[in-house]
Structure formats: structure tokens, C-alpha cells
Ligand binder design. Structure first.
Ligand code: PHE
Length: 367
């Protein structure tokens, strides 16, 4: 490392040599700087007021110079100070430039690197089954419709032939929107308890013939248990045309069940009641677990009840009579099935809650 020599000879040549030596040392040191802290040490070594190289030069060269040489030495020392300071400043610029260029290199986009893979989810089992049911009917020429989840009493009950005091209209069974008392009963809002109101909404929108399925969410004021949830899903079906008979209903649903559960499944229709169908039936499928022999799942009956259906009640057509639905000329059938119920059977799910908890370990099994 450079140390300031004492000058014996003050001739211009000797001074030139001393200055040249100092600059070659300064140059060498400035080339060996790699970081801000290297530079700081370099700066202090040369410029520190106390004992920095320039201070030493002042002391050992200028102050010690004999009278006649002082002018010449002073001129060179001034020049040398300016050059040294400039060199030190330039060295700092160089360090800053290389630091920011390595930072830029780190930020640079390498388009040849593999991308970040974000796992895309899978369709929820309830939606999957809902889509599957809809697809079965689409293949038979049905169109797909939807309706509002917040419904009026008129569409959910009145136009479906529910009598004014039917128990389903009770707050025990139906979730009503609050503060509706000032409205006429038929305009009061509620969370639809089934997808059947979309039957009327569809017939208001289009004259017969109709072939439509309506998937959707429904609500009931039911406590949660292993097989019931206050929110669940249904797929509604409606077919209206001239000469639609109960045979069409049976054939259509029998085909749909075979498409959903496999061709060996059997169906049977058991008398039931709904205000908006007459006659009404509960459709049962032969137990998909035991094939109809009887097991714990079908309570040893060999049959599992799956959906409600029936021939559209003429009283329902009367609500859309002006739209081409004359019950003396046309007839129709309707059905409504619970999606979760079918999903539970298809995938042997133990508890309905599993569908709503969002537990990835459950959902991953449908990937
Ligand atoms: N809406 C009925 C229910 O939710 C099912 C149904 C639909 C019955 C259409 C007959 C016809 O239970």
C-alpha cells in the first residue's frame, strides 16, 4: 500500500516522479473497490483530515519544502488534490452503477423459467351432480331455465295451488324476509322453498309446448342434520304439450335414473300429494347399494325415495290460462329432485354438511 515518501529532491523531474507514483497507487487502489464500504475506507484513507494521504502530502511535501521550491510544490499539490478528489468521486459513481446493474439483473424477467402453477380447483360435487342431471335432460331436448332465490308468496305458493293456510306457508317451514306485513300477502318476499315457482314463471314467459329443467338453490327453515340442510339444491322439470300422459312422466324419469345411476336401476311410483300436481307421486329407485335385495341403506325395503312428481294440476294452468295454457287442450308433468340427495347416493357421502364446509380433504376426492 502506498505511503507518502519524504522528498529529498525538489527538482521538477523528481516532483513529477513522486506525483506519478502517487497517481499510479491511487489508480490501483480505486480499481480494487467492490462495495460501498470498500469505497468508504478508500475515501477516508486518502481524504481524512487527520492523517489522510493528502494531509500527509501537505505536511511532508509542502510544509517541508525549502523556500524556493514552495511555489512549485504548492502548485502540484493543489493540482494533485483536485485530481485525487475527482478520482475518488468517480470511484463512488462506478460502485453505485454496478450495484444498480446487479439489482436490475435480479429483476429481469426470464421468460424461459417455468411459470408459477396455481392449482385450479375442481367443480364442487353438488354443482357437478346438478350439471349431470341437467345434461341428461338436455340430451332429451329440454332447455335450461333459472329463477330468483328471493321469491314472492304468489310464485312460491299461491299460483302453485297452495291453499291459504297450508302448513308450508308457516314460518316454521319457510324463511320470510322481515318487515313485509304492510304488503298484500301475495307480494311478500321469502326465500323460495322449492324450484317449482319457476314452473309458473316459465309458462308466463312462453306458450306451450314446454320442455324445461331448472336447477337452483332453495331454502327451508329446517334444522341441520345428517341428511337435511336449510339451504340445498333442486332440479325442477316441466313438460307441457298436447297429450302428455303419466306414461311420459314415467318413461322420462325412468330413462333419467338409468342415465344417472346405471342401466340396471329400476323405478317405481308411489302415490303422494303435492298441491300443484294431480295425481302426484314419489318416485323411488331400486336400492343402488344392494340392487333391491334390502340393506341398511334402504332400510331393508330395497327401494330409495328420490323425488316428487306428478301431472300438472289444472288449477295451476288456470293461473297462466291467458298465455295459451288451456287445461282442456294441454297437459303436462312436473318433477323436482334434491341434488344433494342424489350426490349423497352417488358418492356415498355420510353427512350433508360435508358439502358446505369447504374442507379441501373432502373436495379433493372429486378431482
Ligand atoms: N316442489 C316439490 C318439493 O320441493 C317437488 C315437486 C316438484 C313435486 C314438481 C311435484 C312436481 O318437494
Amino acid at each position: 500500500m502506498y505511503t507518502v515518501p519524504k522528498l529529498e529532491d525538489y527538482s521538477p523531474e523528481a516532483l513529477d516522479r513522486a506525483v506519478a507514483e502517487l497517481f499510479s497507487a491511487l489508480d490501483a487502489e480505486s480499481r480494487d473497490l467492490h462495495s460501498e464500504s470498500d469505497w468508504k475506507a478508500f475515501h477516508d484513507r486518502w481524504l481524512a483530515r487527520k492523517n489522510g494521504v493528502l494531509t500527509q502530502i501537505n505536511d511532508t511535501w509542502l510544509k517541508a519544502a525549502p523556500g524556493p521550491a514552495k511555489r512549485e510544490v504548492g502548485r502540484r499539490v493543489n493540482e494533485l488534490k483536485a485530481r485525487t478528489e475527482a478520482a475518488i468521486e468517480a470511484a463512488q459513481d462506478k460502485i453505485h452503477a454496478s450495484a444498480s446493474s446487479t439489482k436490475l439483473a435480479a429483476d429481469r424477467l426470464d421468460i424461459t423459467l417455468p411459470g408459477i402453477q396455481r392449482p385450479i380447483g375442481v367443480k364442487h360435487p353438488v354443482l357437478r351432480v346438478m350439471d349431470e342431471i341437467v345434461a341428461v335432460f338436455k340430451a332429451m331436448g329440454y332447455s335450461v331455465g333459472e329463477g330468483p332465490e328471493v321469491e314472492t308468496d304468489y310464485y312460491n305458493f299461491e299460483s302453485l295451488n297452495f291453499p291459504p293456510n297450508h302448513p308450508a306457508r308457516d314460518t316454521q317451514d319457510t324463511l320470510f324476509i322481515a318487515d313485509q306485513e304492510s304488503k298484500p300477502a301475495r307480494d311478500r318476499l321469502l326465500l323460495r322453498t322449492h324450484t317449482s315457482p319457476v314452473q309458473i314463471r316459465t309458462m308466463e314467459q312462453q306458450p306451450p309446448p314446454v320442455r324445461i329443467v331448472i336447477p337452483g338453490k332453495v331454502h327451508r327453515n329446517d334444522p341441520l342434520d345428517a341428511t337435511h340442510s336449510p339451504v340445498f339444491h333442486q332440479v325442477e322439470g316441466l313438460a307441457v304439450d298436447t297429450n302428455i300422459t303419466f306414461c311420459d312422466l314415467k318413461g322420462t324419469l325412468d330413462h333419467a335414473m338409468k342415465a344417472l345411476f346405471g342401466s340396471s336401476v329400476k323405478t317405481r311410483f308411489y302415490p303422494s300429494f303435492f298441491p300443484f300436481t294431480e295425481p302426484s307421486a314419489d318416485m323411488q329407485v331400486s336400492c343402488i347399494f344392494c340392487g333391491g335385495k334390502g340393506c341398511r341403506k334402504c332400510k331393508f325395503s330395497g327401494w330409495i325415495e328420490l323425488l316428487g312428481c306428478g301431472m300438472v294440476d289444472p288449477n295451476v294452468f288456470d293461473f297462466v290460462k291467458q298465455n295459451g295454457y288451456d287445461s282442456s287442450k294441454i297437459s303436462g308433468f312436473a318433477f323436482g329432485m334434491g341434488v344433494e340427495r342424489i350426490a349423497i347416493l352417488k358418492y356415498e357421502v355420510e353427512e350433508i354438511q360435508l358439502f358446505y364446509e369447504g374442507d379441501v380433504r373432502f373436495l379433493e376426492q372429486f378431482a
